[in-house]
Design a protein around this ligand. Structure first.
Ligand SMILES: *Cc1c(COP(=O)(O)O)cnc(C)c1O
Length: 397
């Protein structure tokens, strides 16, 4: 059957593809060490599961309000107030089927054909694709490894045109782990504010942050900045709830209403049971989250040290999220068994075949010099995987 031009424009998600490949190898009984996962290896908290069971027993299994139940909106509002002193009202909030869905609705709601959206690279794979699906134009803002992948406000300014509609911020970042101090953030936001563009701020890793750093939401930088910002977050990463599919946006009432209208004609409400589980996630004590972040930090320190000890690999230490994003381009042009590694995809395939280790090529994140390793896996796996990588890359000559 003939596909639409829209369907032909879209790239399948590379991260999901590598996870599928890894699962297929494992199903054949091959012992693969997987660094592909884009989700916490921890289980969803017990209190979250219990809240879901309770919801089922109470018969909360029917349609809800399209943009989410009031109880969940209240729990999210309270969480943001407690954590960041941010004040939102219910009409400024919409809950969707995961933050990816939130971002999809958002791009559909604000982008017109030809509108430009500035996306800092390396970026999360779905931003450019979602902009393209909305008939917008992704404009890539390159960052440098030497700057820890930080956005240079002067470079940002150069990319702004009369067609610029929005800037995407994602910090802590997937894949680089870069995060920003309040001053750094302010310098970036000043440029966006002067240009009168919308700030899409994906803060889904806000709670997974290291080295004693503190997350500053863009919207907390002032009332005018808050007005220009659509804040995106969700339960997936913080609460290890990727399968429940709960994300949300907070910001301009008109935009939130338009997103709700989109949602009303596509998915309707996010799953009723997941919404009650999310109420529990946001309203319960947050100690478990702090403990898990401490565990991620131990792994981060280990994996980054190991990577940097391997000749040819250079890895910036991430300040948040759960990914290492090492530069492996020193191996490009080198060969083993008659096969030459010339790209991040080649390197990924080489590791999968020779070391039985799965990583994700940086190419899909806008940087072919790098690969992404998720450390949302056990310390035991990390040790085993690093041993294999160390041994295997030494064969490239
Ligand atoms: C995982 C992720 C999301 C989406 O998460 P959902 O499971 O859809 O809520 C959004 N942005 C980034 C940067 C992510 O890594």
């Amino acid at each position: 059957m003939k596909l639409s031009a829209r369907a032909n424009r879209i790239q399948p998600s590379a991260t999901l593809a590598i996870t599928a490949k890894e699962k297929a190898l494992k199903a054949q009984g091959i012992d693969v060490v997987g660094f592909g996962a884009g989700e916490p290896d921890f289980d969803s908290p017990d209190y979250v599961k219990e809240a879901a069971v309770e919801a089922i027993k109470k018969g909360y299994t029917k349609y809800t309000a399209v943009g989410g139940i009031d109880q969940l909106k209240d729990a999210i509002i309270e969480r943001m107030k407690l954590d960041y002193g941010l004040e939102y009202q219910k009409p400024e909030l919409i809950v969707s089927c995961g933050a990816k869905h939130t971002l999809f609705n958002l791009t559909q709601a604000i982008i017109d054909s030809g509108d430009e959206v500035i996306i800092p690279a390396p970026y999360w794979v779905s931003y450019p694709e979602q902009v393209i699906l909305a008939e917008g134009k992704p404009v890539i803002l390159e960052t440098r490894e030497e700057d820890g992948f930080r956005i240079d406000p002067a470079e940002l300014k150069k990319l702004i045109t009369p067609k610029t509609k929005a800037l995407v911020l994602n910090y802590p970042s997937n894949p680089t782990g870069v995060t920003y101090s309040e001053d750094e953030l302010r310098a970036i936001v000043d440029v966006a504010m002067a240009a009168g563009i919308t700030i899409i701020s994906d803060e889904i890793y806000d709670k997974i942050i290291y080295d004693g750093k503190k997350h500053t939401p863009v919207a907390s930088l002032g009332e005018d900045v808050k007005k220009a910002t659509i804040l995106v977050n969700g339960t997936s990463k913080t609460y290890a709830m990727t399968g429940w599919r709960i994300g949300f946006a907070a910001g301009d009432k008109g935009v939130v209403k338009a997103m709700g209208d989109m949602q009303g004609q596509s998915t309707s409400n996010p799953t009723s049971i997941s919404q009650w589980a999310a109420v529990s996630a946001y309203a319960s004590p947050q100690d478990l989250i702090v403990q898990r972040t401490a565990e991620f930090e131990k792994r981060k320190t280990y994996i980054v040290d190991r990577l940097n000890s391997i000749p040819g690999i250079k890895c910036v230490s991430p300040s948040g999220a759960f990914y290492a994003f090492p530069n492996v381009s020193a191996f490009y042009g080198k060969s083993h068994n008659g096969k030459t590694v010339n790209s991040s995809l080649d390197f990924t395939e080489f590791l999968l075949e020779e070391a039985k280790v799965a990583v994700v090529p940086g190419d899909s994140f806008g940087s072919d010099a790098h690969v992404r390793l998720s450390f949302a896996t056990s310390m035991e796996n990390i040790v085993k995987g690093m041993d294999r990588i160390e041994e295997t890359v030494a064969k490239l000559a």
